[in-house]
Design a protein around this ligand. Structure first.
Ligand code: GLY
Ligand code: MN
Ligand code: MN
Length: 435
């Protein structure tokens, strides 16, 4: 393993929290992700379903987790099904979890082979009244590819048509939105790896480096520090590319006088970090770039301060919009007429800041969380204001990851250089030494 095993008390606690939300005499089933094909016999590297990680820590394909808290036999109350290995699998793919390893990692004592699933499931289905199934209900997702969970759902509802069915997704969204201290430690650690990568590229960036060369430095630093790699595709966008919100081509040279926006974050032990910094390619912001940069930074600071228990995403987004509106007026980008003509559905600031201010962060980069839920201690959110002025070739976003606590916002990225002058000092001293 790349990282020290996570204490199974986390998974035990997560399962107990979920079980406390299930109806009496019910059964919950979670399937791992598929190994996704590319074309011909190609496959993407396996990426585990984060609900399986959250509830068991088992990072292996063909895993099924069944919870049946009221099962007559105690051994049936929590069952993990894992892929049975063979000599052939051992030669081609390497070791798979032994039942004992799976027990130790997950804290689940009943471990069976996946091929035994249907017969064990039948016993439990007949004992149960409600079957909870897992569907992808992430707001930003339009499911196109059929998952193992969906294939199972079709089979299960056809085979057991008279059971009551219920959804796991709202329960998982509820639970996962509030992080345990162990989870926060892992997200913090992922952020520390991201910091190392940022410091590395600060002394690497200079006029005419290519965006992908910066990306390569970042990935190098991630892997060296036990990350499996980026938690999401890195955005390295110089000049006007920074105004393309999901720019991932990273295939342009960075020119002196331009800025380069870098949105990247390391994965660590399954957890994501998510950071953005925007720096001048030649080590010096122009006066206009610095004015826009400082406006974005002020919005970041104002927004971070609003991440307190009791606030909520919708009100918070509105309040941040007002701070942004003032900054855009001061920068001469919005006129008073623009402000007078705006509506609640179409605020004027959207012309230059067209994405959300925050999202939950955890096992997924855009983690689960209900947007109407009041903020609670233990929630981890990003703060990521940006101003994108395509006509001027300026796109600036700054992003940190914040934990909501009763003592105020805990910025997991407070040690990562962010002030324009600090970034200039770090870059300029290096570039001068190169001359
Ligand atoms: N990097 C993805 C995001 O900031 O939401
Ligand atoms: Mn980001
Ligand atoms: Mn983000």
């Amino acid at each position: 393993m790349r990282y020290p095993p996570i204490d199974p008390s986390l998974f035990i606690q997560n399962r107990n929290r979920l079980k406390s939300l299930l109806n009496l005499h019910s059964l919950a089933v979670f399937h791992s992700s598929d190994v996704m094909p590319t074309s011909a016999d190609g496959q993407h590297p396996f990426v585990q379903h984060t609900d399986i990680l959250y509830l068991s820590g088992i990072d292996q394909e063909e895993t099924v987790l069944v919870l049946c808290p009221d099962a007559v036999e105690e051994k049936h109350r929590e069952i993990l099904f894992i892929r049975e290995t063979s000599e052939r699998i051992a030669i081609w793919e390497g070791p798979k979890y032994t039942p004992q390893e799976a027990r130790e990692l997950s804290g689940i004592s009943s471990v069976y082979w996946t091929r035994e699933f249907e017969s064990v499931f039948r016993t439990l289905a007949i004992e149960s009244e409600t079957i909870y199934l897992n569907t992808n209900e992430h707001l930003r997702m339009e499911p196109v590819v059929e998952t193992r969970d969906m294939r199972f759902l079709k089979w299960c509802m056809a085979t057991y048509p008279l059971h009551h069915y219920d959804r796991l997704a709202p329960l998982m969204h509820h639970l996962r939105a509030v992080k345990a201290p162990q989870e926060i430690r892992l997200i913090r650690h992922a952020g520390q790896i991201t910091e190392k990568a940022f410091r590395r590229v600060l002394s690497f960036i200079q006029p005419d480096v290519w965006e992908f060369e910066i990306e390569a430095e970042i990935i190098h630093e991630f892997l060296k520090n036990r990350s499996r790699g980026p938690a999401y595709a890195s955005i390295i966008a110089s000049g006007k590319n920074a105004c393309i919100l999901h720019y991932e081509h990273n295939d342009h040279p960075c020119r002196s006088g331009d800025l380069v926006l870098m949105d990247f974050g390391a994965e660590y032990a399954g957890y994501a970090s998510d950071m953005t910094r925007t720096v001048p390619v030649n080590g010096r912001f122009s006066p206009r770039q610095k004015a826009v940069y400082n406006a974005v930074l002020r919005v970041l600071k104002a927004a971070s301060a609003m991440l307190t228990p009791g606030n909520a995403l919708t009100e918070y987004q509105k309040a941040v919009g007002q701070v942004m509106e003032k900054e855009l007026v001061d920068l001469g980008l919005l006129s008073l007429a623009d402000i007078q003509n705006q509506s609640e559905a179409a605020p004027a600031y959207r012309k230059y800041f067209m994405h959300g201010i925050s999202h939950h962060l955890g096992l997924n980069t855009h983690d689960y969380g209900n947007r109407y839920r009041i903020f609670e201690p233990g929630m981890v959110l990003t703060v990521e204001p940006g101003i994108y002025i395509a006509d001027e070739g300026i796109g600036i976003r700054i992003e940190n990851d914040i934990v909501i606590t009763t003592d105020g916002p805990d910025d997991l990225m407070k040690d990562i250089p962010i002030e324009a002058d600090h970034i200039e000092t770090l870059m300029y001293s290096k570039q001068r030494n190169d001359i």
